[in-house]
Design a protein around this ligand. Structure first.
Ligand code: PGA
Length: 248
């Protein structure tokens, strides 16, 4: 059987509802019903979650781009994990580098959000990745392994995904070498298996950072890559459709 591949679209803070609905419908036409090992997930802005969830039905899963670590309370402007679930989502990104950078999210906050997501019945997609100076100083694997140990709660049981996204590769068109991606993913799968007790077949590590139709094939071909998290290229149905094709 073919290896499971998750193909996630991170729309970030883009599109109005009608545009999101049109894009979701276009993406639907690229979903291959026979490719059972490919799970397509759209992560629209949270205001659109339920509309997009209703529009795509069961062929595509929905994820939010963030949730709060608390279930409810005086956190103006935030969205809780139960609200995300209630809106029809099954996944939620936590610790995306843009959240870490612009909202000062620490590994501890990301770990707490992961637990809140699991408690609400969501699959957290825990994001990690090194900065360029860390890559250039040869410390990338050490830095990201430490981030995983801080962001993936000990004793975590429920299904979760890890997304490796080098900060310098996000939205820049730059991508690590295929060897560097494979080395990082092997190291991260090893940490999940040895330090978090995840079964080998459940240790899914997605790659993100300037994924596009032209590089998707070689990324999916890597044995330790369990899928991709796509930003810019997920806003164009044809481009994202080609990535889905590469996954299947
Ligand atoms: P990108 O973004 O594909 O535009 O590089 C990826 C992400 O931020 O998840």
């Amino acid at each position: 059987m073919a290896k499971k591949h998750y193909v996630m679209a991170n729309w970030k803070m883009n599109l109005l509802a009608q545009e999101g609905l049109a894009l979701a419908n276009d993406v639907l036409s690229y979903v291959n019903d026979d490719a059972k090992h490919v799970q397509t997930i759209l992560c629209p802005p949270s205001l659109m979650l339920s509309q997009i969830a209703d529009a795509v039905g069961s062929k595509i899963a929905i994820g939010a781009q963030d949730c709060h670590a608390e279930i409810s309370g005086a956190f103006t402007g935030n969205v809780s994990a139960p609200m995300v679930k209630d809106a029809g989502a099954d996944y939620v990104l936590v610790g995306h580098s843009e959240r870490r950078q612009y909202h000062a999210e620490s590994d501890e906050i990301v770990a707490n959000k992961s637990l809140a997501a699991i408690a609400a019945g969501l699959v957290p997609v825990i994001c990690v990745g090194e900065h360029l100076f860390e890559r250039e100083s040869g410390r990338a694997i050490d830095v990201v392994v430490a981030q995983v140990l801080g962001s993936v709660p000990e004793g975590i049981k429920a299904p979760f995904l890890l997304a490796y996204e080098p900060v310098w590769a996000i939205g820049t068109g730059k991508v690590p070498t295929i060897n560097d991606i494979e080395a990082m993913h092997e190291a991260l799968r090893d940490v999940l298996i040895t330090k978090r007790g995840v079964a080998s077949e459940d240790a899914h590590v997605l790659y993100g950072g300037s994924v596009k139709a032209s590089n998707a094939n070689e990324i999916f071909a890597l044995p330790s890559v369990g899928g991709v998290l796509v930003g810019g290229a997920s806003l164009k149905a044809e481009e994202f459709g080609a990535i889905l094709k590469a996954a299947s």
